[in-house]
Design a protein around this ligand. Structure first.
Ligand SMILES: C[S@@+](CC[C@H](N)C(=O)[O-])C[C@H]1O[C@@H](n2cnc3c(N)ncnc32)[C@H](O)[C@@H]1O
Length: 338
């Protein structure tokens, strides 16, 4: 059994779907009964592969709208649900209150999972899930500044207490830093041209909102294919604002260390750089022996503590892709503590 639900109420905002301006609310706010915070991706695959045992503790490191958390609870496991976003924490606490003490909810970056577990007096866990990226709710709420389709402040912080905002990066990074960011995290072919345009434009008019930035990029590179031309720049900015790759590496290490023998860790990614981090982490932790030509004999790998459960990533079925287009690029990898 877990202790009392741990919720940092100080950072709670009222539900954001009532906090949008009237135009946006009219245009976008769904009827309350139709409101879907986030549709969980690969839900049955995650349950099947994590195999939560009744009474064991699963850490849902990215609880978002609580879909996976609810599935774990319904399977009989207890859950510690983490998220950086206070809105997700409030939503999950309210929606899943019926599970009482079987659910603990805490606003935290999963890179700090070790301190959260220590504070709660939890030494080992039965499983962990990372469902990386943004929730539909974050994307669709213009106030959060994640979307290039809806105007809002250039923010993109999952945790509103954290720094920097996307505006700070756009207005303060050098041209060289912006080019590298768009190239490395966005894999954007026009990285240099876009960075140069931003630096020129911001001298007279700093960027404060999402649409002027999206439109400036569209005007510069034009529309090719199905994707909006600002997609990759916005993705790169989001990843930088939230240090998503750095957090993933640390979070994987923190929760793998706490897994009990036979416990499983599952990671869903939506971006090739994230998937590479997970793939390499699992590979590095699942080799029992290391060898190099210059060594007289193979040596035991000090990091060896995992067994691969999915040698290849699991991807959504055709039906899931059709029902939930946001699932299209999802990849699920699972490993088990040896
Ligand atoms: C794709 S959603 C998760 C959806 C969730 N599995 C569900 O079923 O609704 C990703 C969530 O991860 C959170 N997140 C991203 N990076 C995080 C981090 N480093 N620490 C904690 N939460 C994070 C985001 O705020 C977002 O709510």
């Amino acid at each position: 059994m877990l202790g009392q639900n741990v919720i940092n109420t100080f950072w709670f905002e009222r539900p954001l779907w009532v906090a949008v301006d009237s135009f946006t609310a009219e245009e976008e706010a769904p009827e309350v009964e139709e409101f879907i915070y986030h549709r969980p991706v690969l839900e049955s695959e995650v349950l099947e592969l994590i195999e939560p045992k009744p009474g064991s503790l699963i850490v849902d490191a990215t609880c978002g709208g609580g879909g996976h958390t609810e599935a774990f609870l319904e399977s009989g496991a207890n859950v510690l649900a983490l998220d950086r976003d206070p809105d997700a924490i409030q939503h999950v606490s309210e929606q899943l209150a019926r599970f009482g003490k079987r659910l603990a909810v805490r606003q935290a970056n999963f890179r700090c999972a070790t301190s959260v577990l220590d504070e709660l007096g939890i030494r080992t866990i039965g499983g962990a899930l990372f469902d990386i990226g943004v929730s539909s709710r974050q994307l669709e709420n213009s106030e959060r500044g994640f979307s290039f389709m809806r105007n809002g402040p250039l923010d993109m912080r999952m945790d509103p207490r954290a720094q920097p905002t996307a505006a700070a990066i756009i207005n303060e990074y050098s041209e060289e830093q912006l080019t590298r960011l768009f190239r490395e995290l966005g894999e954007e072919p026009a990285a240099r041209r876009i960075a140069s345009l931003i630096v020129k434009t911001r001298k007279s008019a700093p960027f404060r909102e999402t649409l002027p930035l999206a439109r400036a990029i569209e005007k510069l590179v034009g529309r090719h294919g199905r994707h909006h031309p600002a997609t990759q720049v916005f993705q790169a900015l989001r990843m930088e604002v939230n240090d998503e790759l750095g957090a993933l590496e640390e979070g994987l290490r923190a929760l793998t260390t706490r897994l009990e023998c036979g416990g499983r860790i599952a990671v869903i990614t939506f971006h090739s750089l994230e998937d590479r981090i997970v793939k390499n982490f699992f590979r590095d932790h699942s080799r029992e022996w290391l060898d190099k030509p210059e060594w007289p004999a193979p040596q035991r790998n000090p990091d060896y503590d995992l067994k691969l459960i999915t040698p290849k990533p699991v991807e959504p079925t055709e039906e899931e892709r059709r029902m939930n287009p946001r699932s299209r690029s999802a990849k699920l990898r699972v490993a088990e503590k040896t």
